[in-house]
Design a protein around this ligand. Sequence first.
Ligand SMILES: O=C(O)C1=C[C@@H](OP(=O)(O)O)[C@@H](O)[C@H](O)C1
Ligand SMILES: C=C(OP(=O)(O)O)C(=O)O
Length: 439
Amino acid sequence: MPAHTFHTSGPLTGTIRVPGDKSISHRALMFASLAVGESTIDGLLEGEDVLATASAMRQLGAGIERGDSGTWRVHGVGAGSLLEPRQALNMGNSGTSTRLLMGLLASQGFSATFTGDASLSGRPMNRVIEPLSQMGANFEASSGGTLPLTLRGALPATPITYRLPVASAQVKSAVLLAGLNTPGITSVIEPIATRDHTERMLAGFGAHIEIGKQDGERLISIHGEADLTPQCVVVPGDPSSAAFFIVAALIVPGSDIIIENVGMNTTRAGIVHALRQMGGSIDELNPRDVGGESVADLQVRHSALTGADIDPALAPSMIDEFPALFVAASLAQGTTRTSGLEELRVKESDRLSVMAEALTLAGARVEEHDDGLTIHGTGGDPLTGTPESTSVETNLDHRIAMSMAVAGLASRSGVRVDDTAPIATSFPTFMDLLAGATQ
Ligand SMILES: O=C(O)C1=C[C@@H](OP(=O)(O)O)[C@@H](O)[C@H](O)C1
Ligand SMILES: C=C(OP(=O)(O)O)C(=O)O
C-alpha cells in the first residue's frame, strides 16, 4: 500500500503522451482473440485491467505476446472455438473485463468461474446476468449477483432484442458479444448513447453489424455466427487518463501543456465540453483519424474557471471523468452542480460519497445528493485542509487516487493518498508523467 503526499507544484509544461485507451485496449485483445490468424496491436494500454483481459484470453486459448518494440501479437482462435478455462478467470479490479467476457462466454458450450478483488466483488453483475440468462446462459452467483460467479454458456444461445435499462456500454457490449456466436440477429436498443467502441471495432474486424433507429432510439444489431478477420489495431491515447492532466493544467497557475494523441470520439469527449463550459482553455490541435477513431493533440492552459450546471445528458460521455471534474469545480469561482450520476455509486468505489468526503477533507465545500454533488469553489485559491496533510482513502479506486493527487497540486498543505497502487490498473505511468510535467 504505497501512500504518497501530493503537494503544490510548479506549472505543468512541455509535451506528454498518455497511455492507450483502456476501453479500446480490452476490446482489441478480445476481438483479435476471436479472429482466426494473427492480429497486431500498437499502443495497447499495459495497465493491470487490460493485462487481466490478456491473461483471461490466453486461458481461453488465444496466443498473446508482447514484442520487444511494444507491438502485441495475438493469435486468434475463432468466435466459436474458445477453450474451457482450467482455472477461474481472475478479473482483478476490472469491470470491463468481467462484463464483456461474461457476454463472450454466454454463447460458448462450457463453464467458467469469474473472481476479482474486493472492489470488483462488490459490483453489480445482475445487469449482465439478466439479458445473458434470456439468451440461455446459466449463472451461479453470490447473493445479490456479485463475484465470484460461475457461468455455463448456452450452445446454441438464443438471439434477443434487449433494451438497456441503464446507460452502460459494458452491458451493451456483453449482449453484442454473446450475439457473435449466436445464430440469428441479436440486437440492443440504447435509449441513451454510450461509448461506441464495440460497434466500431466489431465492424472493423469484419462482423456484420448494423446501426439504425427504433422509435427514435439507437438500435445495434449483430448477425451471428460471425467470422472475424485479423486486423492491425492502433490504440489512441485514453481521454479518461488525459482528463487528470487537463484538470491539473487548468488549476495550476502558469501551466501550458500539450497532451498528444488523445482520443476525441464524441461518445467520450464530454469532459472537454464541461471544462470549456467552465472557462477552461483547451485547444484541439492537428485533429486526425487514428484506426477509425478521432484523435487530437490538446493544448491546455491555466484558466480562471467558473462554476457551471453540468448537463446530465453529458454524463455517459464523461462517466469516468467526474472525479476529476469535481476537483476542477473545487477550484472554480462559484457553484458547480452535477446530477444524473447514480451510476458513479457502483464503480470501483462509490465515487460520489468517496469524492465528497475526500474533497471536504482537502478543504473544499461539497454537498452530496443522491445523484450528484454540488461544489462551491474557492475561486482559484488553494484548498485549505487540515493543518497536517489531508489523508484520503483510495478504496481500491484508481480514479479517486489520481483525482486527489491532482487536488494536492492546488492544496496549501498537501493531500496524502493512502494507497497509490490502484493507479496501475489504468495509468501505470501517471506518477512519472506528473513528476516530469511539473518539474
Ligand atoms: O465499456 C467500457 O469500456 C466502459 C464502460 C463504462 O462502464 P459502464 O458500462 O458500467 O458505464 C466505464 O465506466 C468503464 O470505465 C469502461
Ligand atoms: C469504471 C471503470 O472501469 P471498470 O468498470 O472497467 O472497472 C473506470 O476505469 O473508471
